[in-house]
Design a protein around this ligand. Sequence first.
Ligand SMILES: Nc1ncnc2c1ncn2[C@@H]1O[C@H](COP(=O)(O)OP(=O)(O)OP(=O)(O)O)[C@@H](O)[C@H]1O
Ligand SMILES: [Mg+2]
Length: 231
Amino acid sequence: MLMMATTQPALCIRGLVKTYRDGAEQRTVLQDVGFDAFPGECIALWGPSGSGKSTLLNIIAALQSADAGRVEVRPIDADIVIPVQSLRAAEATRYRRRHVGYVFQFFNLVPTLTVAENIRLPLALNSLDKLWPEALARLDRLGLSDRLGAFPDALSGGERQRVAIARALAHRPSLVLADEPTGNLDAANTAMVASMLFEVARAEGVTLLLATHDASLAGRADRRVDLTGTR
Ligand SMILES: Nc1ncnc2c1ncn2[C@@H]1O[C@H](COP(=O)(O)OP(=O)(O)OP(=O)(O)O)[C@@H](O)[C@H]1O
Ligand SMILES: [Mg+2]
């Protein structure tokens, strides 16, 4: 992409190492992972089960810390660099709330809130309630307009996954981290959700990181970061 020559990376990762310790046993899951991701770029995180895809997304979201290395984020429209690894807890929460949209592998919807309330939450937390009409239009496109009053328990796996995607995009984050976002969807919904994620990224300059085992989904990304050999 021409843009890359002139644009700073939205995400810069260098020398990332993560070792889990369980008693005497140590397991290095990420060994010297490094790459840049640019505004509008869609990257597939590729690798078999256990290769560290979710761990890497959690580190980028400041939900887990790494043992070595650095993660820097340059938000859209803000002339700042966020040193994700050095944030204190309250700063990490602020960073995640404002700049990150996370589609969790197991959805993490708030069970006591309806679909509509789950989506309004990131808007309210960011004083961005004016984006509700845009979020509603997205819910409609995701085929969820008649489920707005339902609680997550009453939704199918695929419906929950689509709500999680709508929630992750609602507050216009700079980074969208999507962990197996199509794992529970049928072919038609997979195609629709993938198009939506790629469109949002390319049209709005959002950086999309997508952990997936799905070769056709990974094939639609701009490139792959392969975690297979990192441990
Ligand atoms: N909290 C933890 N404590 C110890 N080991 C962990 C912990 N979390 C993850 N692991 C281990 O780290 C490895 C990587 O896990 P991770 O969830 O990042 O993989 P993944 O690539 O997302 O896998 P999947 O495709 O199955 O979702 C696995 O072997 C897992 O067992
Ligand atoms: Mg995972």
